[in-house]
Write a protein that binds this ligand. Structure first.
Ligand SMILES: Cc1cc2nc3c(=O)[nH]c(=O)nc-3n(C[C@H](O)[C@H](O)[C@H](O)COP(=O)(O)OP(=O)(O)OC[C@H]3O[C@@H](n4cnc5c(N)ncnc54)[C@H](O)[C@@H]3O)c2cc1C
Length: 395
């Protein structure tokens, strides 16, 4: 049974730097300082278009990484796989991060007992390169002058630093940008998992009374309860019960966002409008440019194969198949596990619309199997079982 709180960092600096109440940062800092976890995995801002994952045991580094980066669409799953074998780690998880970690746990690649997932609600991320184009084309800004970004009240705000150091803020409605092909990534627009219910906590701004610098926190597991208690007992965090109105508001916004995502999904599924032969041609045309670099497999948060697995070798340039065996294998491989996060499409050097292709195959299979990957750790993956990776016997 979930519990709902409004929470905030007691340290004013953390609270000020935090996206909302600085709760996530304060909780990670207190967990490190009290030896509750061995390391935190956070995202460091390089620019508004780049965030990089940082694994650290230094609370000062965690503090520097407070805030939300919408132009950093990374998935953190793969970064915890090796670490969490032996040590305890705490990290912020968007719904796709939490879902990736749960799928890896089901495939026995991580020890979930060692992982504290401080979930972040997520309305979506932006692709860094598209974001730069958006800044130039729609905001009429030099992309390199943009120093801050924020999403609130259905608008994307960009703040540029002008000559002389003066800051200028401009905003455009997300709807307007997305009608023109900008705004959030396709995977995010069509994602219906907005609250990370498979994490230990789910944190966000939905449900926070207007103007208050607090984080709305849903406690989802005993581990979530324990890390929260540690943060309160050590004096890092204050909480109060979330008002009923806020809980209702959060549910309402989530439902509205899910409805919008469903309508985007339908609109983006251009393949469905094609004839049977048209669909075949679509796939051949889209996949024929694949250079078999393996980047899609490398970043895939649910791929649990060994690094030297041979699926790339399935492609043989001498074959005359319309679609390479590597592509076929990946489509089949992800049938039960694809969480539609779009990481594969982000890194594809030849711009194959992999989100759409993987979704078309896996979503129907998942519906058929009645299985939603990354949501319930007790539910076994339908298609296979793998070796335990993290135990002493596996070494
Ligand atoms: C891309 C994105 C979209 C979001 N959309 C919504 C939304 O629509 N509705 C809502 O209620 N809440 C949303 N949130 C959550 C919200 O912005 C805050 O993160 C949350 O309320 C916690 O606030 P805080 O002050 O306690 O966190 P902080 O103390 O500021 O800590 C935030 C932590 O998140 C990490 N982080 C920053 N960017 C990323 C990233 N891209 N991926 C993973 N970790 C990251 C930081 O390194 C830091 O450790 C979103 C967050 C992100 C990152």
């Amino acid at each position: 049974m979930s519990k709902y709180y409004l929470a905030w960092a007691k340290d004013e600096e953390i609270r000020k730097k935090g996206a909302n109440g600085g709760f996530v940062t304060a909780t990670l800092v207190s967990a490190l300082e009290n030896n509750f976890i061995d390391a935190a995995l956070v995202v460091a801002k390089k620019s508004v278009y780049e965030g990089i994952p940082v694994l650290t045991s230094d609370p000062e580094v965690v503090k520097e990484c407070a805030g939300s980066l919408h132009g950093a669409p990374i998935n953190l799953t793969k970064y915890v796989v090796d670490y969490a074998a032996k040590k305890r780690i705490g990290l912020p998880t968007k719904p796709c991060d939490a879902r990736g970690i749960i799928e890896q746990a089901k495939r026995r690649q991580v020890n979930l007992d060692n992982i504290f997932m401080i979930g972040l609600n997520c309305g979506g991320t932006l692709h860094p390169l598209r974001m730069r184009e958006m800044a130039a084309d729609f905001y009429e800004l030099d992309p390199d002058s943009v120093v801050k970004e924020e999403i609130k009240e259905g608008k994307i705000f960009l703040v540029s630093e002008e000559e002389g150091g003066e800051e200028k803020e401009k905003w455009i409605k997300i709807d307007e940008l997305e009608q023109k092909g900008y705004g959030r990534r396709d995977a995010c627009k069509s994602c219906v998992t907005k609250i990370p219910t498979s994490a230990d906590l789910a944190c966000g701004n939905w449900g926070v009374p207007q103007g208050e610098k607090k984080t709305f926190v849903e406690v989802l597991t005993e581990k979530g309860e324990a890390i929260l208690k540690n943060a309160i007992d050590s004096g890092y965090v204050d909480i109060e019960e979330a008002p009923g109105k806020g809980i209702e508001m959060r549910k309402k916004i989530e439902a509205g966002m899910q409805k919008l995502a469903t309508s985007w999904k339908e609109r983006m599924d251009e393949v469905s409008t094609l004839s049977r032969s048209g669909r075949f041609e679509f796939y051949v045309d889209a996949l024929k440019n694949c250079i078999h670099c393996g980047a899609c497999k490398e970043v895939c948060p649910v791929c649990a194969c060994e690094a030297d697995s041979k699926c790339l070798d399935m492609n043989d340039e001498r074959d005359s198949y319309a679609i390479s065996m590597y592509n076929m294998l990946r489509i089949f491989h992800l049938m039960d596990s694809c969480i539609h996060c779009g990481q594969c499409e982000d890194v594809c050097p030849v711009d194959i619309p992999l989100t759409l292709i993987q979704r078309r195959f896996s979503e129907r299979m998942q519906r058929h199997l009645g299985y939603i990957p990354g949501m319930d750790v007790k539910e076994k993956p339908p298609l296979y079982e793998t070796e335990l990776r993290w135990s002493a016997e596996a070494e």
